[in-house]
Each structure stands twice: as structure tokens, then as C-alpha cells.
Write a protein that binds this ligand. Structure first.
Ligand SMILES: [Zn+2]
Length: 340
């Protein structure tokens, strides 16, 4: 099969890889309907994360089950399924508490490289959620978005305790931040402040439910949010970048008693204990337990209530994946969909 492999920073190749097979009796192999490039793939592409050997890329997936192991009970060949970037048993205490990405038996699905034609998914019954029937082609991008960026934006909104009537600020205008806006709207937020300085992203944020746009960053961004909220800050803030500046911007944009949901993969973030102590701000984040939300998110996509696939503003065939990485790296594209 064809699959995307990162050889060194900036060096993305699409090459022949070995077809995945069922290795454990709890595995499934799926044929991807489409795949995509994630903002978090850029950490490796840019050399922020070390790439010491050729690395299969991709951790977002939706597609049709080809084959299952002997112990797989619920997932059946021929079903269209969506899963998350960590496989989980969905039965341990941590899974049952809704944190499947910290499952005691978790396995990173991305190790198999989802930017490919086929993918092995461990712990298939705990990980995969089937759609009611075979989706039409136009639903595929939104179902693929549910696999990570929508689920992650949704978790951020839930972790930030977005409630009906709340004022929400969103730091980060990548796909996750934009879908955090959409999640906040769906969860009933009254006012949603999107922080972005890119016109096309501001437009999509507004279409997803943003009521205000703030272009300032850092202290300037914080001051703008304070000004829009009577000097108090937002009830709920979504952090979807992962830098020191974005994290502090999120915390300082939150009112006392409010909460930050942080889902940007943290890189060299160090929090000042004393400031945190006096802030009265709650923090919850980490790798989103997308599996917790998948059944609900699939329902909302299926019914047409939400259209998260709109974050894909570039579509390329899999063999041109390198162009997708480049476009996202240069912020010419929000998110690249790769057809297989
Ligand atoms: Zn578990």
C-alpha cells in the first residue's frame, strides 16, 4: 500500500509500505475512506520533535473494516467506522470515567501511520464506533474530522466547562480552535470570542458561531478579552496552540472561577505557580478522550446538525501529501484532506 513517511524535518515522502495485517485477536484492519494532515504533525515536520528514523505519519482515520481478529465481537467487516488516535479497551476504570486516552491498555494508533490506504487498529471493539450505515461521500470529511480535530475541540469546550449562556474565548485558529468554536456554540455558549488574525479563519470562526474576533496576541489579546467581558475575563477558555504564550494568554483571559480546556500539545510550557494560585482558574486538558464523544459527534454529523468537515480547505490525493504539509506549515491551508 501507499503511505506517508517522514524521513527528516521537511522531508515527507509517499512510499510503498507493507500492508497492515491483523496481529492480535483484538485488532481490526480498515481501508481508509480519506485521511488528513494534523496540526500536531507539524511539530515533527518542523523539527521541533526529533525525527531520528523514517516515521509513518497520520493518526486521524475513518473507513471501512476489512478484517477483524478472532476476539472482535462488535466491529464487523463492511462497517464504516471512526476511531481515535489512541486505541482503548473502553472497559477499564479510566475509560469508564471518560478518559480513554489514558486507558490502562492504550495503544497509539498513529504508530501505524494513518496517512495510508490501510490501517491496523488495536482494541477494535473499544476503539471504533460504526456509523448507522455507509455514509455518502459528502459526509466523509466531517466523519474524519470527528476522529481528532472535532473530538479535540469538543473535549476542550467540555474541559473548559462551557455551559449555556457562557462567554467563551478560543486561543488558536487552527482546525481544533475553529472546531472548539463550533463545540462552544453547540454547548450553548452565548458569546464566543475567537482569537485570530487570519481573515479566512476569522470568517470560518464566525460561521461556526464566533460572535467576536480578537486579533491581538499575548497581553494585547488578554486585554481585548477583558475589555469585552467587563474587565472579568471569559467563563471558559479553549487553548489550542500549545506554547508558553498561548497557555498564559488562555489563563489570563479566564475570570476567577472559570476554566481553561487546553488541548494544544504543550511544548516547553512552564506555568508560574504563584500566578496560578491567585488566579482561581481551573485547568483541564491533555490528549482529548475523543472516544467519549464519538457516538454523539457521529450522530450530530449524521443528522446534518454540524458540518465540521469545512475545516478541510485543501484536498489532495494521498501521493501529493507533501504539498499538504507545506501548505499547512506556511499557513496557506487550515487542514489538508488526503483522498486515498
Ligand atoms: Zn481502558
Amino acid at each position: 500500500m501507499l503511505g506517508v513517511v517522514l524521513h527528516a524535518p521537511g522531508d515527507v515522502r509517499v512510499e510503498q509500505r507493507e500492508d497492515p495485517r491483523v496481529l492480535a485477536p483484538t485488532d481490526a484492519v480498515i481501508r481508509l475512506a480519506a485521511t488528513c494532515v494534523c496540526g500536531s504533525d507539524l511539530w515533527s515536520y518542523r523539527g521541533v520533535n526529533d525525527v531520528t528514523s523514517p516515521t509513518p505519519m497520520g493518526h486521524e482515520y475513518a473507513g471501512v473494516v476489512e478484517e477483524v481478529g478472532d476476539e472482535v465481537r462488535d466491529v464487523k467487516p463492511g462497517q464504516f467506522v471512526v476511531g481515535s488516535f489512541f486505541a482503548s479497551d473502553n472497559t477499564c476504570e479510566i475509560c469508564r470515567s471518560g478518559f480513554q486516552t489514558s486507558c490502562v491498555n492504550r495503544v497509539p494508533v498513529g504508530a501505524g501511520g494513518a496517512q495510508a490506504q490501510y490501517l491496523r487498529v488495536p482494541l477494535a471493539d473499544g476503539t471504533l464506533v460504526a456509523t448507522p450505515e455507509m455514509p455518502s461521500d459528502d459526509l466523509v470529511p466531517s466523519l474524519l474530522a470527528a476522529s481528532d480535530v472535532l473530538g479535540t475541540g469538543w473535549f476542550a469546550a467540555v474541559a473548559a466547562e462551557v455551559r449555556p449562556g457562557a462567554t467563551v474565548a478560543v486561543v488558536g485558529d487552527g482546525a481544533v480552535g475553529l472546531l472548539g468554536v463550533l463545540a462552544a456554540r453547540e454547548l450553548g455558549a452565548e458569546r464566543i470570542i475567537a482569537m485570530s488574525r487570519h481573515e479566512s479563519r476569522q470568517k470560518l470562526a464566525t460561521e461556526f458561531g464566533a460572535t467576536d474576533i480578537v486579533t491581538g496576541r499575548g497581553d494585547e489579546g488578554v486585554a481585548a478579552v477583558k475589555e469585552l467581558t467587563g474587565g472579568l475575563g471569559a467563563h471558559s477558555v479553549i487553548e489550542a496552540v500549545g506554547t508558553q504564550e498561548s497557555m498564559m494568554q488562555a489563563i489570563r483571559s479566564t475570570r476567577a472561577g472559570g476554566a481553561v480546556g487546553y488541548v494544544g500539545v504543550a511544548h516547553d510550557v512552564a506555568l508560574p505557580g504563584e500566578e496560578l494560585f491567585y488566579s482561581h482558574v481551573k485547568l483541564l486538558g491533555g490528549p482529548a478522550p475523543v472516544r467519549r464523544f464519538l457516538p454523539d459527534l457521529i450522530d450530530r454529523v449524521w443528522s446534518g446538525a454540524i458540518d465540521p468537515g469545512r475545516v478541510f480547505d485543501l484536498t489532495l490525493p494521498l501521493d501529493r501529501a507533501a504539498e499538504g504539509y507545506r501548505a499547512m506549515d506556511e499557513r496557506r491551508a487550515i487542514k489538508a484532506l488526503l483522498t486515498v
